[in-house]
Every structure is written in structure tokens, then in C-alpha cells.
Design a protein around this ligand. Structure first.
Ligand SMILES: NC(=O)c1ccc[n+]([C@@H]2O[C@H](COP(=O)([O-])OP(=O)(O)OC[C@H]3O[C@@H](n4cnc5c(N)ncnc54)[C@H](O)[C@@H]3O)[C@@H](O)[C@H]2O)c1
Length: 439
């Protein structure tokens, strides 16, 4: 399919500031990983921006560059990290505390990691019940807190001599909130911030501040955050890229790999039972039913959208889908996820699939943070504003334009991502039709 002429992309000159809300397991594993890769200690496994290729033209053309050579991305050496957290620990201490990476590796990265000290957080325990910390901003209203963040972001950019910035929410999952009337317009949102309305969660205050400062925003947790009309309008108005929600790692990653396969072969599903044991701080926060509810909503929607029971009632009507997360401290970040999948085939004969995924949550999440930072920055330099649906690939609960259902099938998501890159460079989109080889 031919595409219009190449889109103008500004070069990735200068430093890119990566502002992380939350300096916990995911953020420190990401930062330490980038530092280790820069020093040549390790490879960026799991990152499309660093390792994946993209096929261009016909299969016989033999044009398969690396994505990072095909589109102009910021280089790892140009990344500068900043963060907020309710605990004052440096990235080094926070990484030791998270216990994801080995002490020996962290010791070699001590110097850059120690320099990253979190700024005081905008935090309210109403929204994350299981946490309390001291490194927290005070302000009369939520609007005051947003102003403090805006000043801080602008100062940080100057101090760190950054040409551009992106912000990623990698902080704890907040309690479940539904869209409220005050989220409707920018005016009602700002008024609600001034009145300390409880429908305004801290994550929304960060997103608002980012968008006011001209910084694109990605949401790695399932909180509503930037997925409300007021902030989508602000992103549009300020021509900024946004995306979310909830990094797709672990069990949901597996679900969106396997479910499309079952559906492609027209195999039916009676039920899918998923349970996890997890012992990190994220697990502790999710032990609170209100935070878990936010996560559960995000995890449950995936199968419904992929399997389309309304289109295939014989195969998928009324399947049972249960998701559990159990906080079990001895396991730390090394989550274990079990899936029992009851499927049926020819003439309705039942079969079972069992998965036991001994995964490492933050090891799967870190490359997602890197790719999102680089792709969001690319989107911004291409003049792409608003919801970046092509980045659905990275999320459990992809943000879409209002009224559009999300695409969860990981293979469709990958094709969408790569076709977007081809589109940006004026290359033919790949349809996999392939009839031309047989003419
Ligand atoms: N690791 C994964 O595979 C994965 C996948 C999907 C989503 N997530 C989400 O990513 C987030 C981070 O996960 P993690 O494992 O790093 O958790 P973590 O508990 O190790 O880190 C979160 C950090 O956020 C801080 N925090 C909480 N509220 C804050 C606020 N308002 N401002 C600033 N800091 C705040 C906490 O103090 C903590 O240090 C969680 O919401 C988690 O659900 C993680």
C-alpha cells in the first residue's frame, strides 16, 4: 500500500530527559540497565528500539535495517534521568532495596546511580493505602502542588541541559477511580484541583504538570491518570503525545500471545484461571483491595477483546476468567504466575493447558520503559499529538481514541507499531498479501 510522502522528523539532537514518577523496582532496573549497557556490561535484551529489525519493501529486496537505524531515536548516551519518590533513597539504594539486580552489578554502577536522588513526591495515602513516606511535597491545594511540579520540571530541564523531556509513571498503582464529571473539561479539572476534589489523584497532577510543560506522558500503571477527557484535551491543545495504561509484562503478555493463537485455530474456551505470587512493594500495594481492583480491571479486559464472544458465541460465550494476585514476601520481584486454561476442540472435546511462568517482573518491564521513552520522544519530534495507539504493544490496557475499542492481540499490535514506523519514513506498509511473488 503506497503511502504519502515522508513526514518531517526533527533530529534527536541534544539530551533527552527521562522523568520517572516512582523510583522503585521498575525504574531502578531500567536506569541501572541503561547504565550497564552504556558501559558494555550487558545487552538490551527485550528492547525493540535497540535490537529489533524492520523489513522494508518486498521479501526479495533484502532491506532489513535495525529500527534504530531506520528512524532517528535518541541514543542511550544522551539520556538523563530524573525521578520523584516518597522515599528519599538514591537510585542506588532504591535498586539495592528492590533486590532485582545483583549487588555485584549495582556496585559497578554505584557512581551514576547515587547521583539520582528523587525529588519530593506529590502523594496522598488516600490513593495508595499501603504506603507512607517522608519525601513528600506540601501545598494548600492540588493546583498548588501542580504548580510546584511545573516549576520543578522547568528548573530540572535547565539544570540538566536537556533539549527535550518525556515523563513516565512507574509509581505504585492507585485505587480504582471511575471517570468523574470534573474530568470532563480542562476548566472543570483545574477548578477541581483548586477545590482539592477527591476525583483528582496524584498521578493526574503529574500528568497535568507534564502536559503544561510541553512534556509527553506515558502511564505504566493501570490508574486512569491521563485517560480522561480533560487531559486528552490538554495533550491535543499543547500538541503532545500521550499513551498508557499498565506495562504489558508477565501473565498478560502470555495471555495476549496465546489467546490470539487459540482464536486463530477456532479453538473454544471454557475458562482461564490466572493466579500469581509476588513479594515486591508492588505486590504489597496490590494487596490492598482498592489498588487490586484497578489492576484487575486492566487484566480482565484483555481476553474479552481478543476472543470477541459476541462474534463467536459457540466458542467464547460465558467463558470464566479469574485473576488473582497474592502478596508473598519471600518471592520478591521474582513472580510466579500460574495459568490453567480449559479449552475445547473438534466436537467439543475438552483439553487443558497449564502455564507456570517463573518470571521477573522488572526485567520484563525495564525494556518497555526504554522503548516508550524513545518512541514517545520520536512521536513528539514527528508532530504526532494525542493518544499514540501504535504504542498499544507495550500496554495491558491500551489507551485509544474515545469510542474505539483497544487492540490487544500482540501480533496485530506489533504490525501496527512497525507499519507506523514505515509510514513515518514514507515506506510501503506491509500487508503480508504476497501475491506479487506468484505473478
Ligand atoms: N513490573 C512490572 O512488570 C509491571 C507491569 C505493569 C505495571 N507495573 C506497574 O508499575 C508500577 C511500578 O512497579 P514497581 O514494581 O517498580 O513498584 P515499586 O513499588 O517497586 O515502585 C513504585 C514506587 O513508586 C513510589 N510512589 C508511589 N506513589 C508515588 C507518588 N505519588 N509519587 C512518586 N512516587 C510514588 C513508591 O514509593 C515506590 O518506590 C506499579 O504501579 C506497577 O503496578 C509494573
Amino acid at each position: 500500500m503506497p503511502v504519502e510522502k515522508q513526514i518531517q522528523i526533527s533530529p534527536a539532537d541534544g539530551k533527552l530527559g527521562v522523568l520517572l514518577v516512582g523510583l522503585g523496582a521498575v525504574s531502578t532496573t531500567f536506569i541501572a540497565g541503561v547504565e550497564a549497557i552504556k558501559k558494555g556490561f550487558a545487552q538490551p535484551i527485550g528492547s525493540l528500539t535497540q535490537m529489533s529489525t524492520i523489513r522494508l519493501g518486498k521479501r526479495t529486496d533484502n532491506r532489513v535495517p535495525l529500527i534504530k537505524d531506520f528512524v532517528p531515536l535518541a541514543q542511550l548516551k544522551d539520556l538523563v534521568f530524573g525521578a520523584w519518590d516518597i522515599f528519599p533513597d538514591s537510585a542506588y539504594d532504591a535498586a539495592l532495596n528492590a533486590g532485582v539486580l545483583e549487588k555485584e552489578l549495582l556496585a559497578q554502577l554505584k557512581e551514576p546511580l547515587r547521583k539520582i536522588k528523587p525529588m519530593k513526591a506529590v502523594f496522598d495515602q488516600t490513593y495508595v493505602k499501603r504506603l507512607s513516606g517522608t519525601n513528600v511535597k506540601t501545598g494548600k491545594t492540588k493546583f498548588d502542588l501542580a504548580q510546584q511540579l511545573i516549576d520543578e520540571i522547568n528548573d530540572w530541564k535547565k539544570k540538566n541541559k536537556c533539549a527535550r523531556m518525556v515523563m513516565i509513571w512507574a509509581a505504585s498503582t492507585e485505587i480504582f477511580l471511575k471517570t468523574h464529571a470534573v474530568h470532563k473539561t480542562l476548566e472543570s479539572f483545574e477548578k477541581a484541583m483548586r477545590e482539592n476534589h477527591k476525583a483528582i489523584a496524584p498521578s493526574m497532577i503529574y500528568a497535568y504538570a507534564a502536559l503544561k510543560c510541553g512534556v509527553p506522558f506515558a502511564n505504566g500503571a493501570p490508574n486512569l491518570t491521563v485517560d480522561i477527557p480533560a487531559l486528552m484535551t490538554l495533550a491535543d491543545k499543547n500538541k503532545l503525545a500521550i499513551c498508557g495504561k499498565d506495562f504489558k509484562t508477565g501473565q498478560t503478555l502470555m495471555k495476549t500471545i496465546i489467546a490470539p493463537g487459540l482464536k486463530s485455530r477456532m479453538l473454544g474456551l471454557h475458562g482461564w484461571y490466572s493466579t500469581n505470587i509476588l513479594g515486591n512493594r508492588d505486590g504489597e500495594v496490590l494487596d490492598d483491595p482498592d489498588s487490586f481492583k484497578t489492576k484487575e480491571e486492566s487484566k480482565l479486559s484483555v481476553l474479552e477483546y481478543i476472543l470477541q464472544p459476541e462474534v463467536y458465541p459457540t466458542l467464547y460465550k460465558d467463558f470464566s476468567h479469574v485473576v488473582r494476585i497474592n502478596y508473598y514476601p519471600p518471592r520478591g520481584d521474582n513472580k510466579e504466575g500460574w495459568d490453567n486454561i480449559d479449552i475445547f476442540g473438534w466436537l467439543g472435546y475438552p483439553m487443558q493447558i497449564k502455564i507456570d511462568f517463573l518470571c521477573r517482573d522488572s526485567i520484563l518491564a525495564a525494556p518497555i520503559v526504554l522503548d516508550l521513552a524513545l518512541f514517545l520522544d520520536l512521536a513528539q519530534r514527528c508532530g504526532m499529538k494525542g493518544v499514540q495507539e501504535w504504542l498499544s504493544f507495550y500496554f495491558k490496557s491500551p489507551q485509544t481514541a474515545p469510542g474505539l475499542y483497544p487492540e490487544h492481540d500482540i501480533f496485530i499490535q506489533l504490525m501496527k507499531l512497525k507499519n507506523t514506523l514505515r509510514h513515518l519514513r514514507g515506506e510501503d506498509l506491509i500487508t503480508h498479501l504476497g501475491l506479487e511473488y506468484y505473478d
